[in-house]
Ligand binder design. Structure first.
Ligand SMILES: Cc1ncc(C[n+]2csc(CCOP(=O)(O)OP(=O)(O)O)c2C)c(N)n1
Ligand SMILES: [Mg+2]
Length: 454
């Protein structure tokens, strides 16, 4: 049974819409011996392809819609990363001069520094991204599922305005198509295969620049939004206070990471800061767990990243709350000799939850603030000393100017390394979208207003 189940689990994990699989093996089954030879799961599944293309007529329609649009916009999710479609995506964006936005899991699908990269669409998303996707006349969404954070709780006019925006939704999982928004065109396909079909169709078209003037106007408009956003966030980058301004911390982390680094984020307010102010260059430069969002994903997951990519620097940014929950990773990293770096985003709180409590409970907090009961002073264990007690290098950073150097040193050390960073908890990331907890109300957009189509 176990060899069969491993084979099936491997296939489920890697094909179609890929994802983690739980294999629950009862103890008695573990104890049994079997005459069966365990087949190699990887070899068994090696020749299965899930690269289905879209309906050919649908491809022609999609190209017609894109070429006829005045404010076309692309938004991508993790389907680009899993489908290995980054190259084809960049080629389409450049070929038709269409800007590319991303959901949290799609960030980095094209280099965030590329002039056509809009950045993040979300509650805490970038103004130029949200304001483009909500005004688009045609929106091409690929390998993404329109979850509540990306979609500003589906409230029209913040992330999307569908309709009147005409949505082309391409996904390998047909369940996602039409699930959250009505589509003008829904196509089940692997993203890379679809993009190759689109390029082949474009090769057959004579005039790709029909709407060139409208496109230029659209891109110029977006440049204006980008300037407004840059101005809005500028002060945070030069803040030199201690505890460190979280926006500044995200910037310093981003600057310190080499081109090929994998940054594994945990769950919490730090994740929002990283999504807002890191500029991932590759589809797998910044990974996190959206949706299920288990704390510990970044604390332990960085070791998984290192196993999978031993030649790339792997850095975890994780909350103090999650790190304390999962501090056993220190021992594991030593036992397996895994040179990973933990940057503990130490804000002395389950800050994301504390922020919600304060917002919705009239300023009160319950068990989310870490303090000494006698003095009220901030309390946490000394994480750097804890690391050293496990045989892991541990340092403390409390000035923004020292953070980048500490990360570079941690990576260069080539052994397990922990950096405990004192980061402010009372500043919250804001962006162009909103979020609503049912029954509790809606947050306010930090920049811009709700878009009302004419
Ligand atoms: C295992 C688990 N328990 C609880 C939660 C709910 N939750 C989401 S964020 C968060 C607080 C995280 O605190 P910390 O790790 O310090 O990160 P911060 O928000 O302060 O950056 C909690 C309790 C969760 N996502 N996963
Ligand atoms: Mg915290």
């Amino acid at each position: 049974m176990v060899p069969l189940a491993v084979r099936q689990a491997w296939k489920t994990m890697t094909s179609g819409r890929p994802g983690p699989v739980v294999l629950d093996v009862p103890f008695d089954v573990f104890m049994e011996s079997a005459a069966e030879e365990a087949p190699n799961a990887i070899a068994w599944n090696a020749n299965i392809s899930s690269r289905c293309g879209a309906d050919p007529e649908g491809v022609v329609k999609a190209v017609d819609m894109l070429l006829g649009a005045e404010r076309p916009t692309i938004i991508v999710g993790q389907g680009v990363r899993y489908g290995g479609a980054a190259e084809e995506l960049l080629k389409l964006a450049e070929r038709l001069q269409i800007p590319v936005a991303a959901s949290a899991s799609g960030l980095g699908a094209i280099d965030c520094n590329h002039p056509l990269a809009l950045g993040l669409v979300a509650r805490a998303g970038h103004y130029q991204a949200n304001h483009a996707t909500r005004q688009a006349d045609v929106l091409l969404a690929m390998g993404m599922r329109f979850d509540d954070r990306t979609s500003s709780s589906w409230i029209p006019g913040y992330s999307f305005t569908i309709p009147p925006t005409r949505l082309i939704h391409v996904d390998i999982d047909p369940e996602e198509i039409g699930r959250n928004y009505p589509v003008a065109l829904g196509l089940m396909a692997d993203v890379r295969t679809f993009l190759r079909q689109v390029h082949a169709e474009l090769d057959r078209r004579a005039d790709l620049s029909k709407k060139a003037d409208a496109r230029k106007k659209w891109l110029a408009q977006i440049d204006g939004y980008r300037k407004e956003w840059d101005k809005f966030v500028a002060p945070g980058f030069s803040d030199d206070t201690t505890p460190i301004n979280p926006q500044r911390a995200a910037l310093e982390i981003d600057k310190a990471l080499p081109e090929d680094a994998i940054l594994v984020s945990d769950i919490g307010v730090h994740h929002n800061w990283l999504l807002g102010f890191c500029k991932p260059k590759r589809p797998d430069s910044l990974i996190g767990s959206m949706g299920f969002g288990p704390m510990g994903f970044g604390v332990a997951g960085v070791m998984g990243a290192k196993f999978a990519a031993p030649d790339r620097p792997c850095v975890s940014v994780c909350g103090d709350g999650a790190f304390f929950m999962h501090a056993n990773v220190l021992g594991t990293a030593v036992e397996y000799n895994l040179p990973v770096v933990w940057v503990v985003w130490n804000n002395y709180a389950y800050a994301s939850i504390r922020g919600l409590q304060r917002g919705y409970l009239g300023g009160r907090e319950l068990a989310t603030d870490f303090h000494d009961p006698n003095t009220g002073e901030r309390y946490n264990p000394d994480f750097a000393a804890m690391a050293r007690s496990c045989g892991v290098e541990g340092v403390r950073v409390d000035r923004a100017g020292d953070l980048g150097e500490a990360i570079r040193k941690g990576i260069a050390a080539n052994k397990p390394y922990l950096i405990d960073v004192d980061i402010a908890a009372d500043i919250n990331p804001v962006g162009a979208g909103v979020w609503e907890l049912p029954g509790l109300g809606q947050s306010k957009a930090g920049i811009g207003t709700r878009y009302q189509p004419a």
